[in-house]
Design a protein around this ligand. Structure first.
Ligand SMILES: *[C@@H]1O[C@H](CO)[C@@H](O)[C@H](O)[C@H]1NC(C)=O
Ligand SMILES: *[C@@H]1O[C@H](CO)[C@@H](O)[C@H](O)[C@H]1NC(C)=O
Ligand SMILES: *[C@@H]1O[C@H](CO)[C@@H](O)[C@H](O)[C@H]1NC(C)=O
Ligand SMILES: *[C@@H]1O[C@H](CO)[C@@H](O)[C@H](O)[C@H]1NC(C)=O
Ligand SMILES: *[C@@H]1O[C@H](CO)[C@@H](O)[C@H](O)[C@H]1NC(C)=O
Ligand SMILES: *[C@@H]1O[C@H](CO)[C@@H](O)[C@H](O)[C@H]1NC(C)=O
Length: 427
């Protein structure tokens, strides 16, 4: 375990002695959770330069006895977030070695949770014992991994679904006190929030929502054909596995509208990363537009970034060819969408909504989402409208003319990249 010193350069420090500089990579390709090299032997005066790769790591001193806990008064680089697309000029943090005592180091990201970087083995040592010694690096890392295993077991216990669904099982539904979500009987509603103590409300209109899920950030290794990579993703109750069905993913077809129909058919689907959803637009003039559970009938804007939107697809009553528009599923979280046509009446308010990976066994199911949409924007909901943005009184036609739309299949080529991008959260 005593590493390969990747690059050791000598700098003159004193007239008669030379100090070495050790370069340590923190994290790395594919978001791996490790220091490389993992252990070095160094002399007082030597410098250890940590190079931070993408994600959001720390270099923090711990102790042999408590590998994933901060040593009182020990050093700490603080969190150094690095964007996923950074490939060089990594930020660095330098530590000076003052003595030859064994020095133990870990990354404190997601400490004390199932996603703990330290618990995944992200530890480092200077001047540790040799292999075979009680304080060897091997033993130190082994005890860090044991911390990780026990955190994972702890996280998995409260939810009865955890054993059956290792990917979605870390999530539960929240209550005011979080951890009390699973207290009480393990009946049908075990793991769900206590709506009598906490209230979740919609974006407007005084509508009360079912409890929000507790989202857990999970790191998993995905094996697909001959590829193996690590992904860090947000796990929701009932989340599908992060492993794509195949390299190209599955294709799901969804019919949008049609004569006398204000709905998506099927209204909700389960999909895995890399799957493609092809929306085929039938009669009338619809969109498929991303929203959120709390705000089903308005376009999603998250961290300044707009959600997907097909734009209006007008299809004539006598059309025999139907335009399509596609999206690629990039993650495992639930995706909510609606039709944003409001003329002559709100399609979303009439229940024209759609979901991917909604938790059909939980309180935030597709039907529950549809209820929120109709409660907020349905015909009975005019009074809910925030003042100034009331339902439009426009009386133009439903836009059922002009069937000449181009067929437009979404960018399948972006799939591989998209997966990497969405899975590499800064964590
Ligand atoms: C990384 O992506 C961001 C946002 O897309 C962009 O602003 C930045 O220039 C990119 N950086 C590199 C090194 O490509
Ligand atoms: C060495 O001493 C400096 C100055 O007190 C301190 O900042 C640094 O963390 C020490 N190095 C180690 C490895 O403890
Ligand atoms: C997946 O990522 C691609 C590329 O960033 C994006 O265009 C697409 O809208 C994303 N899919 C979803 C469902 O958000
Ligand atoms: C739903 O109602 C809100 C508030 O009046 C409005 O801003 C939004 O545009 C409506 N959306 C649809 C699709 O009707
Ligand atoms: C489709 O609906 C949108 C929004 O109501 C409207 O602006 C557009 O003109 C309609 N398209 C056609 C061809 O009717
Ligand atoms: C880095 O991680 C810390 C601790 O989890 C968090 O507080 C911080 O917001 C993260 N920074 C970024 C840019 O993600």
């Amino acid at each position: 375990m005593f590493a390969k010193f990747t690059s050791v350069s000598l700098v003159a420090l004193l007239p008669f002695a030379a100090a070495a500089v050790y370069d340590i990579q923190v994290g790395g390709d594919g978001g791996k959770l490790e220091f490389s090299p993992e252990a070095i032997a160094a002399q007082p005066g030597d410098q250890v330069v940590f190079h931070f790769h993408p994600k959001n790591h720390t270099v923090t001193q711990s102790s042999f006895a408590d590998p994933c806990g901060r040593k009182e008064g020990g050093f700490d680089s603080g969190f150094i977030p690095v964007p996923a697309n950074t490939t060089d000029n990594f930020p660095t943090w330098t530590l000076t070695v003052n003595n030859t005592d064994p020095t133990w180091v870990y990354c404190r990201q997601a400490a004390k949770t199932a996603a703990s970087h330290c618990g995944a083995g992200m530890v480092f040592a200077i001047n540790c014992g040799l292999d075979g010694a009680p304080n060897s690096f091997t033993n130190f890392k082994k005890s860090a991994l044991a911390v990780g295993a026990s955190l994972a077991a702890e996280a998995a216990t409260p939810s009865p679904s955890a054993a059956a669904d290792p990917y979605g099982g870390y999530g539960g539904y929240g209550s005011a006190s979080g951890s009390s979500a699973s207290a009480g009987s393990y009946g049908k509603w075990a793991g769900y929030g206590d709506a009598s103590t906490t209230t979740w409300t919609a974006a407007y209109g005084d509508v009360t929502l079912p409890p929000a899920p507790i989202v857990q950030v999970v790191t998993d290794t995905v094996t697909l054909d001959s590829e193996v990579w690590t992904t860090t993703y947000s796990s929701y109750p009932g989340s599908p596995a992060p492993t794509p069905a195949s390299a190209a993913g599955n294709v799901h077809k969804v019919i949008v509208g049609g004569p006398g129909k204000l709905l998506f058919d099927p209204p909700h689907i389960a999909a895995q990363p890399r799957d493609t959803i092809v929306f085929e637009f039938h009669q009338k003039n619809h969109t498929v537009t991303q929203s959120s559970f709390d705000d089903p009938c308005r376009k999603l804007v998250k961290d300044g970034v707009e959600g997907f939107d097909s734009g209006f697809m007008a299809v004539a009553d006598d059309a025999t060819e139907f335009p399509t528009w596609s999206i690629t599923v990039n993650g495992t979280e639930p995706i909510w969408a609606y039709c944003r046509q409001k003329t002559p009446a709100s399609h979303c308010g009439a229940g024209m909504v759609f979901a991917i990976n909604s938790d059909e066994g939980g309180p935030r199911s597709f039907d529950s989402f549809k209820n929120v949409a109709t409660a907020l924007n349905g015909t009975a909901a005019a009074a809910n409208a925030p003042s100034g943005t009331g339902a439009s009184g426009a009386t133009t036609t439903d836009g059922a003319n002009n069937g000449a739309m181009s067929v437009n299949i979404g960018s399948a080529g972006a799939m591989t990249l998209a997966l990497a991008a969405v899975f590499s959260l800064l964590l």
